[in-house]
Design a protein around this ligand. Structure first.
Ligand code: AMP
Length: 352
């Protein structure tokens, strides 16, 4: 073991769970996050309280760490590159660049030989009107940058939906219009690539969203082995093309014939992989720490069927019921205020 201290950019629950996994393997963690007492810093060895793009904070992090990783995909690329000039940064900054822009991301995924929804780049209301006409009035308009959990999106279900003013209503920023995918279910795969190029994938999860936010992940997913294998193969192709190190989460739509359409990729541990901490010996968090620290990957085999459910906002009020439920791992994020839409924790129930 050569890596001793792992830097993590971002102080949310994903950073918190990475810090926990790192501690079990004897690594120290340092969190770069402006907000005091953030979920990750509560469990890490140290916090550098600075903005993600603050040069002094970044240089302090680089000087104190053997390797740096991140827990959210909107880390400024320039910040990751500044760090990468001083210390290894995994996943590579190129993965951030691809994942931060939905247009670049779709083109990249297609270049890997993986289908996505059809799409048009939208830079004006006129572009939108023309693109909607091409898609028969249906489609999903998304800002290219900074959209998450369904924010920065507008759905057009039929030609009767009024598109007037839609470009301005999402802020007149660069967007894409995606064709509307009539999917049967949503699937995600969490996979990891080690420094030596070895790839290992967890079983794909079937995801249900509510109000644009992940509600449940169920494993095994109700898909054929061929579909599950196609998801793993897609992940391997994406990881290889990026010369990636670490864990990635890739979301797909599953069509009626079992075909997969990739929706988006997150170059980090992913909410739809939280089930792995209860149903696998090696969680996605440990797998990521192993990868970025240059250790061999663990076996991602699943020992139990399970359902993970997010605790969002007031869901936290029924915590006593979850604590009384058999075979259920409760995981809370150390957030004191339960605002609507805020992820407070999650529970995973093993099915046996
Ligand atoms: P996203 O922010 O891209 O993950 O989208 C949030 C959710 O909106 C997805 O999980 C889908 O349920 C839905 N959605 C996004 N894009 C499309 C699409 N092109 N066709 C149909 N539904 C979509």
């Amino acid at each position: 073991m050569t890596t001793k201290t792992i830097g993590i950019i971002g102080g949310g629950q994903l950073g918190r769970m990475l810090a926990m996994a790192a501690a079990r393997l004897n690594f120290r963690t340092i969190i770069l996050e402006p907000q005091a007492d953030c979920p990750a810093a509560q469990l890490a060895n140290r916090q550098i309280a600075a903005a993600y793009d603050d040069p002094a904070g970044l240089d302090e992090l680089a000087a104190a760490c053997d390797v740096v990783t991140y827990e959210f995909e909107n880390v400024p690329v320039a910040a990751a590159e500044r760090l990468a000039a001083r210390v290894p940064v995994y996943p590579p900054p190129r993965a951030l660049e691809v994942a931060q822009d939905r247009l670049t991301e779709k083109r990249f995924i297609n270049d890997c030989g993986i289908p996505t929804a059809r799409f048009h780049a939208i830079d004006s209301q006129a572009d939108l009107d023309a693109a909607l006409a091409d898609f028969g009035g249906q489609g999903v308009l998304k800002t290219r940058r900074l959209g998450y959990d369904g924010k920065g999106q507008k759905v057009f279900r039929s030609a009767a939906d009024d598109a007037a003013g839609a470009f301005a209503s999402l802020g007149s920023v660069p967007m894409i219009l995606e064709s509307f995918v009539a999917f049967e279910r949503e699937l995600s795969v969490i996979a990891a690539r080690a420094l030596d190029g070895k790839v290992r994938a967890f079983d794909p999860a079937e995801n249900v969203h509510r109000n644009g936010i992940l509600h449940t992940s169920t494993v095994p997913a109700n898909v054929s082995e061929a579909t599950a294998e196609a998801a793993r193969a897609a992940a391997a192709a994406i990881l290889g093309k990026l010369d990636y190190v670490g864990v990635i989460g890739i979301e797909f739509f599953v069509l009626a014939d079992g075909g997969l359409v990739a929706n988006e990729m997150a170059p980090r541990v992913h909410n739809s992989g939280h089930w792995t901490e209860a149903a696998c010996v090696i969680s996605q968090f440990e797998q990521h720490i192993r990868a970025v620290a240059g250790l061999s990957l663990g076996n991602p085999r699943r020992h139990s069927d399970c359902v993970m459910q997010n605790l969002i906002g007031d869901d936290i009020d029924v915590l006593p019921q979850w604590l009384a439920t058999d075979d259920t791992l409760v995981h809370l994020y150390g957030k004191t205020e339960a605002r609507p839409g805020r992820k407070m924790g999650h529970v995973t129930t093993l099915k046996r």
